[in-house]
Design a protein around this ligand. Structure first.
Ligand code: FAD
Ligand code: SF4
Ligand code: SF4
Length: 455
């Protein structure tokens, strides 16, 4: 995949990967062996018919290719960009046993991008006659969008309620523009609007409206909760309250959603220009925060992780891009305390070296402190990116049950919660996962809601 030059791209928020030209896409597609048993499909959580869509690209039938993908995955331009393909479809590709696997994600993205204008101009799909049933969806992330798309195609009325002023969930407020342009997400939301899905922004369920009001006064026949896991975890070490320390959610939301990098932004961020920044964590969120800090003008950005590169949960491509952009990785180190400059501002961090012990419950080797290995690091700004939990707004809603991990309890087959007519999926049920798994549960919930409404 051709990409923007690293030296140039650290000064802009434009997309890093530039996409295939048709000839390059066809050459990549021709590497596919068209395996009869298609092991790649088993690696895809929604079982996209991969060899079939790739064969259409070889035959230059790009619309045919995207239509095959759309049967199983309604957001190909998004998944082609952000799915961790190296652990999913591409991991199972037989070509990958002896070299590089077929670039399935890049081809998926190509099929979606190259046909976007044609698809937008197609007449709106003919939907079955209205069933008269109304469903409310809480949240507008990938799980909500996938569920809305299927429900409206079953003939049900669908209204999506979103707390923020933009639709798309993490796709708009979390994942930066340089990995996923916001126009790609807008395109999908508009496509759903054309199908008849209603979108209401700035509505916080649990504050503006309650679940009870949706189900009684407003008369919804069913509700799908897809409110994600947007509550940041903190390290819980001394000094974490100092000025200059952000949660990754706050930094990314301010930059992605509120455009804090523009000079006239009403929700700005502290000045990153020429500053030294440390990011704690090693998932996609940490990498996104580090690369965002660089684009805000930071002089030096370090990712600090208590395990090693092998245990990093971030996508390989993101790690590679971050390295090309000059981000430093400090492995086997954990923070003990943030240091104050005497005026309430961050000036440094005290760290400790770690070593890996036996695997813990996550299956990864447990990091253990190395006695007498403390060291200091001067930093101006820090970002905490060690994961998210579910937010508490819906926690006190009568009839809903939350697990000890704060996830919403559902029946795994039907995704129905402990409350009649209320279903849930995506990160609020699974904890932080992936876009494609959130979409998968959205579609599973749509099936269950349809069965429930027809009973
Ligand atoms: P979300 O996308 O979190 O959407 C939930 C929505 O609900 C939000 O818009 C929120 O504002 C709204 N909401 C919350 N509470 C309420 C309420 N009370 N009333 C109304 N609305 C409410 N996954 C990948 O596959 N690949 C990646 O590269 C990747 N990168 C990531 C980078 C970052 C920075 C983050 C944070 C996550 C990343 N993920 C990635 C994970 C992925 O984005 C999530 O698993 C996925 O978005 C979850 O989808 P969801 O629909 O469950 O919830
Ligand atoms: Fe691969 Fe994701 Fe597409 Fe499935 S949806 S084929 S995992 S890129
Ligand atoms: Fe093609 Fe690889 Fe799938 Fe075989 S496993 S059909 S080569 S993408």
């Amino acid at each position: 995949m051709p990409a923007q030059d690293p030296e140039k791209r650290v000064h802009n928020f434009d997309e890093v990967n530039l996409g295939y030209a048709p000839q390059a896409a066809r050459e990549e597609a021709m590497r596919c062996l068209q395996c009869k048993d298609a092991p790649c499909m088993q690696g895809c959580p929604v079982h996209v018919h991969i060899p079939d869509f790739i064969a259409r690209i070889v035959g230059e039938d790009y619309l045919g290719a995207v239509d095959i993908i759309l049967k199983d995955n309604r957001l190909p331009a998004i998944c082609g960009r952000v799915c961790p393909q190296e652990e999913m479809c591409e991991l199972c590709c037989v070509v990958g046993k002896k070299g590089l696997p077929v670039a399935i994600g890049n081809l998926e993205r190509f099929s979606a991008d190259v046909t976007s204008i044609q698809r937008a101009q197609r007449p709106v799909e003919k939907l079955p006659g209205p069933t008269g049933k109304q469903v409310a969806i809480i949240g507008s992330g990938p799980s909500a969008l996938a569920c809305a798309g299927d429900l409206v195609r079953f003939g049900h009325g669908v209204t999506v309620y979103e707390a923020l002023h933009a639709f798309g969930g993490v796709l708009v407020y979390g994942i930066p523009e340089f990995r996923l342009p916001k126009e790609v997400v807008r395109y999908e939301v508009e496509a759903l609007e054309r199908l008849g899905v209603r979108f209401e922004k700035n509505v916080v369920i649990g504050m503006t409206l309650t679940l009870n009001e949706l189900m009684t006064e407003m008369g919804y026949d069913a509700v799908y909760i897809a409110a994600g896991a947007g509550l940041p975890y903190f390290l819980g070490i001394p000094g974490e309250e100092l000025v200059g320390i952000y949660s990754s959610n706050e930094l990314l939301t301010r930059v992605n959603l509120m455009k804090a990098y523009q000079p006239d932004a009403v929700t700005p961020v502290l000045n990153y220009k020429d500053k030294t920044v440390a990011v704690f964590g090693a998932g996609n969120t940490a990498l996104d925060s580090a690369r965002t800090a660089l684009r805000l003008g930071a002089r030096k950005v370090s990712i600090i992780y208590r395990r090693t590169e092998a245990e990093m949960p971030a996508r390989r491509e993101e790690v590679q891009h971050a390295r090309e952009e000059g981000i430093e990785f400090i492995f086997l180190a954990a923070p003990l305390e943030f240091l104050d400059n005497g005026e309430g501002w961050l000036k440094g961090v005290r760290l400790q070296r770690m070593q890996l012990g036996k695997p813990d419950a996550s299956g990864r080797r447990r990091p253990l402190p190395l006695e007498g290995s403390e060291f200091m690091m001067d930093i101006d700004l820090a970002v905490i990116a060690i994961g998210n939990g579910t937010n508490s707004l819906l926690r006190n809603t009568p009839g809903l049950e939350f697990s000890r991990n704060d996830t919403l309890v559902v029946n795994p087959q039907t995704l129905q919660t402990t409350r009649h007519g209320v279903f849930a999926g995506g990160d609020i049920v699974t904890g932080g996962a992936t876009v494609i798994s959130a979409m998968g549960t959205g579609r599973q919930a749509a099936q269950s809601i349809n069965t429930f409404l027809k009973a």
